[in-house]
Design a protein around this ligand. Structure first.
Ligand code: SF4
Ligand code: SF4
Ligand code: FES
Length: 235
């Protein structure tokens, strides 16, 4: 089976005698048998740590769960600095969590969560910070200041948590380079290995923002002014 891997200057083709193998198994085999200089990231080998995300034929996957096919073309994630071969620097993408203030600010420790409460943001808690959604996001590719999919998903996780007593700062933070800049293209959802829809979370954050009195600046600008919370024009 032949696969191509993006190296420093070009794609290099490798021939491996394997079938029904994950991409991580193939990369390990190439590194041991053919090219010890090949660089890639991995950790848990079971789709938990998020460190092995790459692109295959242009689509983000986890190397430890993707089954390799003849002719596959393997590249590093996009929209993050390349360190070497398939290894990227995720610091800038992870920094978006800090910029988005994606944490609990004031916790009501006495609040009891029902199973229904836990269900509201259970999925968002499954994010493994693999970075696939940032690689796929066309807005982040053009604007690194955009808070982006997983940071906004984390904001929704805390904004929707009934133990959070103060959501004001988080909602304020996501108004600029945040919820209104997303094009709702859904690319982030399509590549998420955990089945998280950041697009859906962003839509819920937009609704929450509107209920808190914020408006879509693009909508307001198209009228040359804004609208107050009761719907009347405020020029
Ligand atoms: S839906 Fe929004 S956050 Fe997701 S990829 Fe598209 S622009 Fe990016
Ligand atoms: S939301 Fe999904 S794609 Fe994005 S970092 Fe988390 S697990 Fe990966
Ligand atoms: S090695 Fe941990 S998710 Fe793939």
């Amino acid at each position: 089976m032949k696969v191509s891997i993006q190296r420093e200057f070009d794609f290099i083709e490798y021939d491996v005698d394997m079938s029904d193998a994950t991409l991580l198994e193939v990369l390990n085999k190439i590194k041991i048998d053919q090219d010890s200089s090949l660089a890639y990231s991995s950790g848990c080998r079971s789709s938990v740590c998020g460190s092995c995300a790459v692109r295959v034929n242009g689509k983000e996957v986890l190397a430890c769960s993707y089954k390799v096919k003849e002719g596959d073309s393997i590249e590093p994630l996009k929209n993050v600095p390349l360190i070497r071969d398939l290894v990227v620097d995720m610091d800038k993408a992870l920094e978006t969590n800090r910029r988005a203030k994606a944490w609990m600010k004031e916790c009501d420790t006495s609040a009891q969560l029902t199973p229904e409460n836990e269900f509201v943001n259970a999925l968002q808690s499954d994010c493994i910070l693999c970075g696939s959604c940032y690689s796929a996001c066309p807005v982040y590719s053009l604007n690194e200041a955009f808070l982006g999919p997983f940071a906004l998903t984390r904001v929704w996780k805390y904004v929707s948590d009934k133990r959070e007593l103060d959501t004001t700062e988080k909602l304020e933070t996501i108004q600029t380079n945040g919820v209104w800049d997303c094009t709702l293209c859904n690319e982030c959802t399509l590549v998420c290995p955990q089945g998280i829809s950041s697009k859906a979370d962003i839509e819920k954050l937009r609704m929450k923002s509107t209920m808190a009195g914020y408006t879509d600046p693009n909508f307001a600008n198209s009228f040359g002014g804004g609208f107050s919370f009761d719907g009347s024009p405020s020029f």
